[in-house]
Write a protein that binds this ligand. Structure first.
Ligand SMILES: *Cc1c(COP(=O)(O)O)cnc(C)c1O
Length: 399
């Protein structure tokens, strides 16, 4: 039954890996009046956010801001770079990579899906050598783009994007590198320029701590040049008009002004702290959460510690336990939302988000809700995850 008055006191714990909790500072910034998007004041806001967001992607080049979602950012990248019938290589790291592939197929592109066999690709990062092999076997350069997900939100596994760049370079292939960092940017270290990415896709509701409603494309000069030859139909998503209007701080259509206030505030918050500090906080929170999962005696979906996600952790249930039933108890009894298992992982695991506006105590509370919910579900635990996380956070002060 839908309970509309569900949060009589205290605050809901929104611990899914996006949307993440929106800090009060950002909510307040959004409450400013909506202004004339063609008026003189607007250009100041437009120019500020367009400059700030480049710093967040660690790029000197333009970032396109769309009223839209992450899915729109996927579509924008493909329609601006591809022509009908083009082939793109998609590496399947999990459910989001699989959805991106589906979107490419719906656009009429040909796709080739790479990955490790037997579900191993949903537990490990991108194997760059598979990309190198495939590109080396394409001497005619039929493959237009390589698409990979930086932080796979369905599994809690990241991928080494620089290794993918190097693999493409070793194959001496001109394919464009498209990277989904929708849940990564603003939370995990991400370097658009240094890693030689052609288009990076972002979204507002994850590491950027904003409500849903903005999709982002960070571009390279090579991507901008390639878009001039791309023949896929496009209008709303076309970069050319955006880039020319953005030069003066304006947009071709009505932008979501109040979300731009939010974006401005979010960039201020991230840049005031400093990106290295923001990334270090996420690594530390993630480590505390993983120690809790290990203390419970449960396994983590990511099998390669070198690519553990700093943003979320996938907690695998013992055989016979329905992860969604456990999540349901935690939601009903303790007013805490956790991420469901997606695609192949439905019912097998739940996901704990530890991103954005978090701190040690919000995570201790979240782990307490999990621990109580697991016990209420009859899962036998090896020990207390909450104790393990408390010990870790207490003994390892953050930077
Ligand atoms: C959330 C997410 C998306 C989809 O974004 P929407 O805003 O839901 O359209 C795509 N990729 C990844 C990795 C995500 O985490």
């Amino acid at each position: 039954m839908l309970k509309l008055n569900f949060h009589p006191t205290g605050r809901h714990f929104l611990q899914i890996p996006g949307p993440s909790p929106v800090p009060d500072r950002i909510l307040r910034a959004m409450a400013q009046p909506t202004i004339d998007h063609r008026g003189p004041e607007f250009a100041g806001l437009g120019l500020k956010v367009l400059a700030d967001v480049r710093k967040i992607f660690q790029t000197q080049h333009p970032v396109v801001i769309y009223p839209g979602s992450g899915t729109g950012a996927w579509e924008a990248a493909l329609v601006n770079l591809c022509s009908p019938g083009d082939t793109v290589v998609m590496y399947e790291t999990g459910h989001f990579a699989a959805l991106w592939n589906k979107l490419a197929l719906k656009l009429g592109l040909k796709t080739e899906v790479l990955g490790l066999p037997n579900g191993q690709n949903w537990r490990r990062g991108v194997q760059a050598d598979l990309i190198e092999q495939r590109l080396s076997a394409d001497p005619q350069h039929q493959i237009r783009a390589v698409c990979v997900v930086h932080n796979e939100t369905s599994t809690g596994v990241t991928s080494d994007i620089l290794a993918v760049r190097r693999a493409i370079d070793r194959a001496k292939h001109p394919a464009l590198l498209l990277v989904d960092t929708i849940s990564g940017v603003g939370a995990a270290d991400y370097r658009h320029d240094e890693w030689g990415v052609d288009v990076s896709m972002g979204g507002s509701q994850k590491g950027l701590m904003m409500p849903p409603g903005i999709g982002l494309n960070a571009l390279s000069p090579k991507a901008i040049a390639a878009s001039a030859q791309a023949r896929m139909p496009k209008s709303y998503w076309a970069w050319d008009e955006m880039l020319s209007m953005n030069k003066t701080g304006y947009f071709p259509t009505t932008p979501n002004t109040n979300l731009l206030y939010a974006l401005s505030e979010a960039c201020d918050m991230l840049l005031e702290q400093g990106l290295p500090q923001v990334f270090a906080h996420h690594q530390r929170w993630a480590q505390g959460v993983r120690l809790a999962v290990q203390a419970w005696g449960l396994s983590i979906q990511c099998e390669d510690p070198s690519v553990y996600s700093p943003i979320l952790t996938g907690v695998v249930m013992p055989e016979g336990v329905d992860a969604d039933a456990v999540r349901g108890i935690i939601q009903d009894r303790f007013d805490c939302s956790l991420g469901t298992g997606l695609g192949l992982l439905k019912g097998r695991m739940f996901r704990i988000g530890h991103l954005g506006d978090s701190n040690d105590l919000t995570l201790i509370a979240t782990l307490a809700a999990c621990e109580m919910g697991l016990r209420l579900s009859g899962v036998s635990l090896a020990g207390s995850g909450v104790q393990a996380a408390m010990a870790y956070f207490a003994d390892h002060p953050g930077a």
